[in-house]
Design a protein around this ligand. Structure first.
Ligand SMILES: Nc1ncnc2c1ncn2[C@@H]1O[C@H](COP(=O)(O)OP(=O)(O)O)[C@@H](O)[C@H]1O
Ligand SMILES: [Mg+2]
Length: 307
């Protein structure tokens, strides 16, 4: 089995202040955050569902069986710059606080792809799950897990392509199969490992991967209120008035059929460009912000072929 550092980016122990702050600042994702927390609670204490059923329904309801062989796989799909990577790499901070457990973040290196060696992708995925399964086994104890592990597979469409896709290479199919086998191995052993798969191209994902997922979440563009919150947060301390922010909210919304700004259009394009327009000899003003907003085109919506 390949060494951990060949398979994963440097492992991160959570909570960690920068990521905890990033998690708190993510806007519009409360439902997803809440669901992830509940799922992690189940992993941390598998008996808690039974206890819930006994308390609220006086018996173990048959529906609990539906949880028995769910794979601990969560799909983050949707628009670019919507917080998929940011959430995947930070929600462990919240889990660590809530569950009072150390959480380790393992981010898969998908760099091996395209190097041309047959079997390389399969080996990478297999080794990744092998490492997590071994860690997860060690983290089990009679009183529940001592550690929680999160494995993130970002930009996963490269890996989990539809088996039906025309340009499917043998190697891609093997990657998907390895992924499914890996998720099943975790589910079968009930180890404290969550797997998050991020993709901008949900339709490129194999239907078998989607079926295997315990939940899939769709990330979208911010609405007016969400843009207001992001802009207010980003402009804190600059003296830009809330009336000016309201105008910026309108200027960054959708016009006719064109989509509005993404979250990252606001935080990584608009605000930095405006600050650099003022820097180094002027303060940031609403005129500068409006001028930049007017010139910026929102990131085009990703349209899937056949969508
Ligand atoms: N929901 C959000 N709330 C606040 N800021 C966001 C949100 N989503 C994205 N951003 C900003 O955009 C940046 C890029 O987001 P990222 O998670 O990389 O997007 P994705 O992985 O969905 O393409 C983040 O670091 C953050 O500054
Ligand atoms: Mg991303």
């Amino acid at each position: 089995m390949a060494a951990v550092e060949d398979v994963f980016h440097p492992v991160v122990e959570l909570p960690e202040p920068v990521r905890a702050e990033r998690y708190r600042r993510l806007v519009g994702l409360d439902d997803i955050k809440d669901r992830l927390r509940r799922e992690a609670q189940l992993l941390a204490d598998p008996t808690s569902l039974r206890a819930w059923s006994l308390e609220h329904h006086g018996a173990e309801v048959p529906a609990l069986a539906l949880f028995a062989d769910r794979g601990p796989l969560f799909v983050f799909a949707g628009d670019v710059g919507a917080g998929k990577s940011a959430l995947a790499e930070s929600f462990g901070c919240d889990l660590s606080d809530v569950l009072n457990l150390p959480v380790y973040l393992y981010r898969l290196k998908l760099t091996a792809r395209g190097s041309g060696l047959v079997g390389e992708m399969t080996t990478l995925i297999g080794d990744a799950f092998g490492h997590l399964l071994a860690l997860g086994r060690k983290a089990r104890s009679a009183n529940g897990p001592t550690t929680l592990y999160i494995m993130v597979i970002d930009e996963a469409d490269a890996l989990a392509q539809s088996r039906a896709a025309e340009h499917m290479h043998h190697e891609d199919r093997a990657g998907v199969d390895a992924l499914l086998a890996g998720v099943d191995s975790l589910a079968g052993e009930g180890v404290p490992v969550l797997v998050v798969l991020c993709t901008n191209r949900e339709r490129a994902l194999d239907p078998a991967v989607m079926r295997r997922a315990a939940a899939s979440f769709r990330f979208g563009r911010p609405n007016d209120e969400q843009r207001r919150v992001v802009l207010t947060d980003a402009l804190d301390g600059t003296g830009i008035s809330s009336a000016a922010v309201a105008k910026l909210v309108a200027a960054t919304g959708s016009v006719d059929r064109q989509a509005g700004f993404t979250y990252s259009d606001l935080t990584q394009r608009l605000i930095p460009a405006a600050i650099l327009a003022a820097f180094p000899d002027k303060p940031l003003t609403e005129d500068i912000l409006f001028a930049i907003a007017r010139d910026l085109q929102p990131t085009p919506e990703f349209r899937e072929i056949g969508a």
